[in-house]
Design a protein around this ligand. Structure first.
Ligand SMILES: C[S@@+](CC[C@H](N)C(=O)[O-])C[C@H]1O[C@@H](n2cnc3c(N)ncnc32)[C@H](O)[C@@H]1O
Length: 201
């Protein structure tokens, strides 16, 4: 399937009903799956969570929260947690898994994140911006910067692919109006990084 046939919201709504199942299938428990079958993905989750904690936020937003894997890991830190995703099936799974205190909103973050400017201390993504087509990436970054008061944490893949739902973006360029606080390679994965940007005053 070629990239021009990729309809992002449709694709993720379809995939949402089987997403967690795909992860669980080949192991007995999700945690074993994360540690044994998907060590890279677990390493990425650990990386983004530790960078978010370093930003010492009160209010945190995940763009492209999916089934709530990272939001769940952030619970019990005293953060006010919010997640945005345009897939209602991914959000439905997240709602069953995570704390009822976490606010989930269905929205396309490349168009409009339904919160006022500077609403969150830290806005983050994990394995989501790589699924935003080239034509929509600027809109996504603009919205992420608009709703962040201070920090933006991006844990994303930067390699080239032929997969129809994956796109390569230059995050340092897209966030060049922010200060690059850190860029860490995720262990076990050569082309995934966690970037931390700070908004300039
Ligand atoms: C690979 S999943 C990652 C989910 C989660 N961040 C994690 O690490 O487990 C990518 C998610 O990004 C969401 N997504 C992609 N493009 C989006 C957009 N433009 N607006 C909102 N959500 C989007 C998809 O629906 C999907 O849930």
């Amino acid at each position: 399937m070629v990239k021009s046939n990729y309809k992002p919201q449709e694709y993720w709504t379809k995939r949402g009903s089987v997403y967690d199942e795909e992860w669980r299938k080949s192991s007995l428990f999700g945690i074993v799956s994360n540690l044994v079958k998907y060590p890279q993905s677990y390493a990425q989750a650990r990386s983004v969570v530790s960078e978010i904690k370093l930003t010492k936020p009160k209010k945190v937003l995940e763009c492209g929260c999916g089934t709530g894997r990272i939001l769940k890991m952030l619970e019990n830190n005293g953060f006010e947690l919010y997640g945005v995703d345009f897939s209602k099936t991914m959000l439905a799974t997240a709602r069953r898994k995570i704390s009822p205190k976490t606010v989930l909103v269905q929205a396309d973050y490349t168009k409009k994140i339904p919160f006022p400017n500077n609403s969150f201390d830290t806005v983050y993504t994990c394995a989501s911006l790589l699924h935003v087509p080239t034509k929509s990436i600027r809109g996504a970054c603009k919205e992420i910067k608009r709703v962040s008061r201070k920090y933006i944490v991006l844990s994303e893949w930067v390699g080239d692919t032929t997969a129809m739902h994956c796109f390569n973006h230059d995050y340092e360029k897209l966030f060049s109006d922010c200060e690059l606080v850190s860029k860490k390679r995720i262990p076990l994965i050569p082309d995934k990084f966690t970037f931390v940007f700070k908004k300039r005053k």
